[in-house]
Design a protein around this ligand. Structure first.
Ligand SMILES: [Zn+2]
Ligand SMILES: [Zn+2]
Length: 132
């Protein structure tokens, strides 16, 4: 069981089950959405992800049709995204976790568009665009 929340604490969630994969997405959309060099996400089965607080404070930003980027409308923390084409999965922004995990980054995606000021300094596998 893992727990997470936004910066202001209005939104909180729980993940039942393990975090198996940590993906850093270096695409420009993710960099803008997070104001950072990359977006650290974990794909989690939707059935294992539950908003336990602040459902009404959670808002969706739709930049690409079919992708909802859910964020706290009070503090702006990105929490997760979901794709209409993949209703069984959510991609949780794991910088919002409050519980520790023992995994390290497993995959870098969209390294073809990564920030030129950021160097990848680990051996996780890299993909120019999407994985596999
Ligand atoms: Zn918040
Ligand atoms: Zn991305």
């Amino acid at each position: 069981m893992h727990k997470g929340s936004c910066l202001c604490g209005a939104v909180a969630y729980e993940i039942s089950g393990d975090i198996k994969q940590i993906i850093y997405c270096h695409c420009q959309r993710c960099r803008k959405a997070n104001g950072s060099a990359f977006n650290a996400v974990s794909p989690i089965p939707a059935a294992q992800f539950k908003i336990v607080k602040g459902q009404d404070t959670l808002k969706a930003h739709v930049y690409e049709a079919g992708v909802d980027r859910m964020f706290c409308s009070d503090c702006g923390s990105p929490i997760f995204s979901k794709r209409k084409a993949m209703p069984d999965m959510v991609r949780v922004r794991i910088g919002t976790l409050d519980t520790p995990i023992d995994k390290k980054v497993s995959t870098h995606i969209f390294v073809g568009s990564k920030a030129e000021w950021y160097d990848i300094c680990n051996n996780a596998q890299q993909f120019i665009e999407r994985a596999g």
